[in-house]
Design a protein around this ligand. Structure first.
Ligand code: CMX
Length: 426
């Protein structure tokens, strides 16, 4: 048994009993109100879901198990996965054990995953390819096999963890293959057994990396995007599908389909496009005045300024700060990075003038693309796949936790518009 499973084995019964007792005692207490605006507004801000892996206070940004993301930027993504699942960071021995486990699992990636990808048109969107490959691997699900054999409810989390770890272990190789296949980068690059999870992903992508900084960028990228509480589209979708006791392959693939939307994960491919558009228009890194005017023109044409605004945050996303700091260290003179830094100086002021925009500050997507571009990864349509590899950690850990405490099937109640109108008239 892996050390991760052992640690969870110890803590889960206590967590389960604690939640059961809490709901039994306080289940009838009222904790909020529901407005018609919230029902018609994408349930924005409705506190009706439980997520213990991370939280996103609007004025602080991402906090993973009590630790602000700014304090986790030097950690490896594997450490974050442990933290998400367990609630504390792993010690050196535990980290080594998890890394060895992932490496051993990576070797067992079924070959048919590549056959499925090879059968798809080369120009299928990389996100569609990724979701399809993960879904195809459902055949391997330990959860489904055990469920069919009649496992006990208290044990659900064990095969859910098993499936989640396999998906995590297989994700980098599948994702790297999609990159190399879709953009004519040459044959698949085998894993390097000496590298960590994020470093290996960077290695298999095949981006030239003489300084090792591309590997560092990938580690940072995977850490920063790992989780963002439970209500965002991808986490919520994964959680909802999982609540029907669909296994992790079904659930994660479903979550990734949500991540592929332009208002969610796909935004990162659009952000860099907007930055490059400005550079093309002004023949290099534009001045602050030019950028302010360009942002205003974007708004006037009815479009959003990508990379700015957030459904929850009301401050500069600390993940943006982390990428910004990485760029300042690694590529301060890169014209694309310089443009991103200048946009940050002027765009919030432009957006503040638009009353309806609740958050004029940059989100994580505003800075990540320029760094990828700097290292030569110029295929925008691939960027959401990077996000997906990372977000798998959040989705998988949330699935394990939900099965651990026996969360029931999700089933909010919908009502016709006429019902809401009748409530308003009362
Ligand atoms: N540029 C222009 N208009 C914006 C805007 C921006 N960056 N951010 C918000 N708005 C607009 C919205 O489109 C909305 O307009 P309508 O009422 O006409 O539809 C209005 O301001 C109110 O929106 P909001 O309550 O401030 O924000 P939402 O919760 O509705 O949406 C988000 C949040 C991220 C979809 C939105 O800010 C946006 O489209 N930003 C640009 C795209 C982007 O960067 N997405 C990445 C999100 C990161 C992630 O999901 O991880």
């Amino acid at each position: 048994m892996s050390m991760l499973e052992k640690v969870l084995q110890k803590q889960i019964p206590e967590m389960r009993n604690d939640i059961k007792a809490f709901v039994k005692e306080h289940g009838a207490k009222v904790i909020g109100e529901l407005t018609i605006g919230a029902a018609f507004g994408g349930m924005r801000g409705l506190k009706a879901m439980v997520c213990d892996t991370s939280e996103v206070p609007p004025d602080k940004g991402l906090i993973i198990r009590g630790i602000p993301i700014a304090q986790l930027t030097s950690k490896l993504p594997e450490e974050i996965f442990w933290l998400l699942c367990v609630g504390t960071l792993p010690n050196a021995e535990e980290l080594k054990d998890l890394q060895a486990d992932l490496k051993a699992r990576a070797k067992k990636l079924p070959k048919y995953a590549f056959d499925v990808l090879d059968a798809m048109p080369k120009d299928s969107h990389p996100m569609c390819q990724l979701d399809t490959a993960i879904l195809a691997l459902e055949r391997e699900s330990a959860f489904r096999a055990n469920y069919t054999e009649g496992m006990k409810k208290d044990d659900y989390w064990v095969p859910m963890l098993e499936d989640s770890l396999n998906i995590m272990a297989w994700m980098p190789e599948i994702a790297a293959y999609i990159y190399r296949k879709s953009f004519n980068k040459g044959p698949r690059i085998p894993a390097d057994p000496n590298l960590d999870w994020g470093g290996n992903y960077a290695h298999m992508l095949g981006i030239p990396d003489p300084t090792g900084e591309f590997k560092n960028l990938m580690r940072l990228y995977l850490t920063l995007h790992s989780d963002h509480e439970g209500g965002n589209v991808s986490a919520h979708t994964c959680h909802c599908v999982g609540s029907a006791l669909s296994d992790a392959y079904y659930s994660v693939s479903a979550g990734l389909n949500g991540l592929a939307g332009p208002l969610h994960g796909l935004a990162n491919q659009e952000c860099l496009g907007w930055i490059l558009e400005t550079m093309e228009k002004f023949g290099g890194a534009p001045t602050e005045e030019q950028l302010a005017k360009y942002a205003q023109d974007t708004l006037n044409s009815g479009k959003v300024v990508p990379g700015y605004g957030h459904a929850v945050l009301r401050i500069t996303d600390p993940r943006f700060d982390a990428f910004h700091a990485f760029g300042a260290k690694v590529c301060p003179d890169d014209p694309t990075y310089k443009t991103v830094a200048r946009v940050f100086k002027v765009v919030p002021e432009v957006l503040k003038q638009v009353q309806k925009i609740k958050d004029p500050w940059p989100n994580v997507d505003a800075a990540s693309g320029c760094l990828l571009y700097h290292f030569g990864m110029k295929e925008f349509s691939y960027y959401t796949v990077l996000f997906s590899v990372s977000r798998t950690m959040g989705m998988a850990s949330q699935l394990v936790v939900a099965r651990a405490w026996g969360e029931p099937i999700e089933r909010p109640k919908s009502m016709p518009t006429a019902w809401f109108k009748a409530q308003a008239a009362k």
